[in-house]
Design a protein around this ligand. Structure first.
Ligand SMILES: [Zn+2]
Ligand SMILES: [Zn+2]
Length: 99
């Protein structure tokens, strides 16, 4: 019920490392995503949302932050992963809605 708080305190750090190791590319479709600090001038917000990299838990367990469980995905690929798991709301689905 309180799955919102299942992320570790250093989640941002862990997520950043995964994204950096993926070279800011989606590990499913290879889409190059926007890096922090990169200028988004002239890019509309829906394009920005599409090119936002997020970190996915391959086994859908947010407590499991072993490197082999984490994968960097673009918004579309990430959404697709979760759409196949309708019914189980995970914290990163909540995160997706904020994008
Ligand atoms: Zn992708
Ligand atoms: Zn996910």
């Amino acid at each position: 019920m309180t799955s919102r708080f299942r992320y570790p305190k250093n989640w941002n750090e862990i997520a950043l490392k995964v994204k950096q190791e993926a070279n800011w590319c989606c590990q499913t479709c290879g889409l190059k995503c926007i890096e922090p600090g990169q200028s988004t001038k002239g890019i509309n917000s829906s394009e920005i949302a599409k090119h936002r990299l997020s970190v996915h838990h391959q086994n859908y367990t947010p407590e499991d932050n072993r490197p082999q469980n984490l994968i960097a995905l673009c918004a579309a690929c990430h959404l697709a992963k979760h759409q196949r798991r309708r019914g189980s709301i995970t914290p990163d689905q909540l995160e997706l809605k904020l994008i």
